[in-house]
Design a protein around this ligand. Structure first.
Ligand code: SF4
Length: 380
């Protein structure tokens, strides 16, 4: 089986106030790097679980976090050697690493390329010092110097993450971020709306209301229009790429393809089953075995997830492919809701014969959560 490999690096220098990801601050080595004990434990988990999962080859590897750029290029090289010593890392494999602006340096970028990384994603989020402070971003805004060093790196697909829809963000501020970043021609831009999660410090001091949601909808449209104006193709609700540079690893999440994750909190999807490594960081480092928990799900969970993730892709979902892959007959109640969304101009029905495809229209994308929920609700 060919699979994507996800490596979780759950360390950060400090926690950002808006962050809902599993990552821990204050556990770095005295030199400010990811502790060797973590990397050794990760090496052990990869050695135990990767061959046992029936994986024979990998076509993507993704170092996510947390802050994977707190690893040295030698650390990353060792992990990749471990993976490729166990399974075939296919020629042309996409190997991605997320980078924090504070870690941008020409030697690190060159070292990562030499280690086998092919794609680096810079977490820019916002260039505004005011908005950076407002959401409690730990590293402050990305500087012009960091952008220049990052986008001067050779031999890597350079990509960027942006966040829009920050409270009080003005349209001009978002335009500035989009125009500045797109001006460097990243191969891929993820542009997410800020999510204010209750359990975070930001969520404790702000509660989204209807007015905020309306502002976010307007700013989301600014992102769509602005990035399209710079030649970026929106292939997923929050992801844009120059032609041919879609994230192959993330496509696995949206297309229901298999991946295996390592590290605390990492998820896997293998043989149609979902698993999570349910340990906290400290327990993980000091344990002999990873606590892999299978997600117990109802028979309808798979079609619900398939539609919820697949409809996020602009090309939509083939219902025939879904039925064949999941051995599941789409019920009439779902088709009725799809047809109703199409009548309202929120979804488009295409395909031919019994191969029906469903995708969201531009209007549907702006109301994606509600439209998708309305369709899958018939299966709940
Ligand atoms: S750097 Fe990223 S992962 Fe770490 S706290 Fe900030 S948003 Fe979360």
């Amino acid at each position: 089986m060919t699979c994507g490999v996800y490596i979780h690096v759950p360390f950060c220098r400090r926690k950002c106030d808006y962050c809902g990801f599993y990552s821990v601050a204050g556990m770095l080595d005295p030199d400010g790097r990811v502790p060797g004990a973590y990397l050794e434990r990760l090496d052990k988990e990869i050695g135990e679980r990767l061959p046992a999962a029936g994986v024979s080859s990998a076509d993507t590897v993704y170092f996510g976090g947390g802050t994977p750029s707190l690893c040295s290029s030698a650390d990353i090289a060792r992990v990749l050697e471990r993976v490729s010593g166990l399974v075939q890392l296919l020629p042309g494999a996409e190997v991605t690493l997320e980078m924090n602006p504070d870690d941008v340096s020409a030697p690190l970028l060159a070292g990562l390329r030499d280690a086998g990384v092919t794609r680096v994603v810079l977490g820019i989020q916002t260039l505004s010092a005011r908005l950076s402070a407002l959401i409690g971003r730990s590293s402050g805004p990305c500087t012009e110097r960091q952008l220049e060093i990052f986008f001067s790196a050779r031999g890597l697909d350079l990509c960027a993450d942006l966040i829009g829809g920050i409270p009080t963000q003005r349209v001009e501020e978002l335009h500035y971020d989009i125009d500045t970043v797109a001006g460097y021609r990243p191969k891929h831009i993820s542009a997410y709306l800020l999510s204010i999660e209750k359990k975070t410090p930001l969520g404790a001091r702000m509660t989204p209301d209807n007015a905020f949601e309306a502002e976010q909808a307007e700013l989301f449209e600014v992102m769509m229009t602005g990035l399209a104006g710079h030649g970026y193709v929106q292939y997923e609700i929050s992801n844009y790429a120059l032609p041919g540079f879609e994230s192959r690893h993330n496509m696995k999440y949206w297309r229901f393809d298999p991946y295996i994750g390592f590290g605390p909190g990492a998820h896997s999807f293998i043989g149609g089953e979902r698993y999570v490594n349910a340990m906290g960081l400290d327990d993980y480092i000091h344990s002999e075995e990873a606590a892999i928990v299978r997600d117990e799900r109802t028979a309808r969970a798979a079609p619900v997830e398939y539609l919820m993730t697949g409809l996020r892709l602009m090309r939509g979902v083939s219902l025939l492919e879904m039925e064949e892959r999941l051995a599941f007959q789409v019920p009439a109640a779902v088709m009725e809701r799809i047809e109703s969304a199409a009548s309202a101009g929120l979804a488009a029905i295409g395909g031919s014969g019994n191969d029906v495809t469903v995708s969201l229209t531009r209007r549907g994308v702006l109301l994606a959560d509600a439209v998708i929920y309305r369709i899958v609700e018939a299966l709940l």
